[in-house]
Design a protein around this ligand. Structure first.
Ligand SMILES: C[S@@+](CC[C@H](N)C(=O)[O-])C[C@H]1O[C@@H](n2cnc3c(N)ncnc32)[C@H](O)[C@@H]1O
Length: 121
């Protein structure tokens, strides 16, 4: 019974943000107020994490990773998202547009991380 309910809920309200909503989300979050927010978070992170690796779970179009890269260039960065549309946006924003090819982008659910089932694109 719970399984059926879960399946229905997943159909109505899928996990992750599917395309084409990912396109709209990408456009909206490209704007000043969002970019300022990502920059603020990145600056805050600088106080606590100067080396090692950060994994941005539910990274969406990857803007936070880009902001972190700007203030913490030596950190290893990864982004994980369940939405292929979002990972494609992140790939474009990070790898193509900003040449941050070393930022790892993984397609998968956060729940897959421990089981190692994420896909490297
Ligand atoms: C509201 S968006 C935020 C995106 C980004 N963190 C930002 O601030 O712009 C939430 C993101 O989490 C992703 N997401 C939702 N459930 C997830 C899951 N189980 N595992 C990984 N990503 C997930 C969605 O696809 C979406 O890209």
């Amino acid at each position: 019974m719970i399984d059926i309910r879960r399946k229905i809920i997943k159909k109505i309200h899928p996990e992750g943000i599917p395309a084409p909503i990912s396109n709209i989300y990408n456009i909206i979050t490209r704007t000043g107020i969002f970019q300022e927010h990502y920059a603020l978070v990145a600056t805050e992170l600088k106080k606590y994490c100067r080396k090692g690796k950060i994994v941005d779970i539910g990274t969406g179009p990857g803007w936070l990773l880009l902001a972190i890269r700007r203030v913490l260039p030596n950190l290893r960065l990864s982004g994980v998202d369940i939405s292929p549309g979002m990972i494609n946006k992140a790939k474009y924003n990070l790898h193509k547009k900003n040449n941050c090819k070393d930022i790892e982008l993984l397609l998968g659910s956060v729940t897959d991380l421990l089981g190692g089932r994420c896909l490297t694109l």
